[in-house]
Design a protein around this ligand. Structure first.
Ligand code: ATP
Length: 300
């Protein structure tokens, strides 16, 4: 009987390790099975991070050759700055973050981090440098402690508690009857959209990446929760180079630069005020969202 238990236990360990290794890729984008295998180049070196400057140079991309998605995308994010990308659904916003993470290879141009082409560095070092708060956070059917620690499996209890505090979820966790041992996920306590995002933020804090990608949830949270999440993210993003894929323009008002993407091309770019004054596409989107917001507000 014992002989049977040992291999099962071993399999359990292997399974957990694979889960740790793959979850960033597999669960964040849920596209693993559809993407071509990307391998390190034989001479790939670890990324040497300085300040976390990002540069897209004339980037073209398609998933299938017959359907180009991005055309000549050219922009830079200075170290510590926040760049927001807005545009209609399907414009190619999330694709930009997938390319930065090198889930796919660019089909033209290049992407540089601190001057190094993402194709020429090891994927492990690249992914260690980037933290992602995805649109939809996937939770494991494990304790909430496990789910947070997943951001960095070797984190100490004190570090996990501190990350939870910074993500404003510690009080919530500690108010649960089973506290940090509460099982969450499909078979456990179901967390709300806002709570799940806080788990993702805490994971990103634990990972301590130089670069942060925030892929805003498409499904809207209630406005109070949304504001609270925005506030938390603004705190966490300080001193990180941040790429925000935004669905609501209220998120981008404080960005150092906003790109308006349309059908895979940069149509406008600038700060919120500049874009409003330009009176173009962004200004029209802003006007529309303001009106929708007013219509949705109580008493309107
Ligand atoms: P949303 O605001 O709805 O999240 P988005 O601007 O982020 O949209 P992307 O997810 O970047 O858009 O998708 C851009 C285009 O690429 C879409 O037309 C989409 O259908 C297509 N696309 C995305 N992923 C794949 C894939 N794995 N294979 C083929 N086409 C894809």
């Amino acid at each position: 009987m014992l002989q049977l238990f040992i291999p099962l236990g071993f399999l359990g360990i292997v399974y957990r390790q694979i889960k740790y290794a793959l979850a960033d890729m597999d669960l964040v984008f849920k596209l693993l099975e559809r993407r071509p295998e990307i391998e390190d180049q034989p001479e790939a070196q670890p990324l040497v991070l300085h300040e976390g400057a990002i540069r897209f140079e004339q980037v073209d991309f398609h998933y299938q050759p017959e359907r180009p998605i991005l055309h000549g995308i050219d922009f830079a994010i200075e170290p510590g700055q926040k760049l927001a990308v807005v545009g209609h659904s399907g414009a190619g916003k999330s694709t930009l973050s997938r390319l930065l993470f090198r889930f796919y290879e660019v089909t033209g141009g290049r992407i540089l981090i601190d001057g190094q082409d993402v194709r020429e560095v090891t994927q492990e070092s690249l992914r260690a440098a980037i933290g992602i708060v995805p649109q939809d956070t996937v939770l494991f059917n494990e304790s909430i402690h496990y789910n947070l620690a997943y951001g960095r499996p070797d984190a100490t209890r004190a570090e996990i508690e501190r990350a939870a505090e910074m993500a404003h979820i510690r009080t919530f966790i500690e108010s649960l009857p089973d506290g940090w041992n509460t099982v969450v996920g499909e078979r456990g306590l179901k967390l709300s959209g806002g709570e799940k995002q806080r788990v993702a933020i805490a994971r990103a804090i634990l990972k301590r990446p130089r670069i942060l990608i925030f892929d805003e949830a498409t499904s809207s949270l209630d406005s109070h929760t949304e504001q609270a999440i925005q506030q938390t993210l603004a705190e966490v993003a300080e001193n990180h180079t941040t790429l925000v894929i935004a669905h609501r323009l209220s998120t981008v008002v404080d960005a150092d630069r906003i790109l308006v993407l349309e059908q895979g091309r940069i149509r406008e770019q600038g700060r919120h005020r500049e874009l409003l004054e330009a009176g173009g596409h962004y200004a029209a989107m802003w006007e529309l969202q303001q009106r929708e917001g007013a219509d949705a507000s109580p008493g309107a």
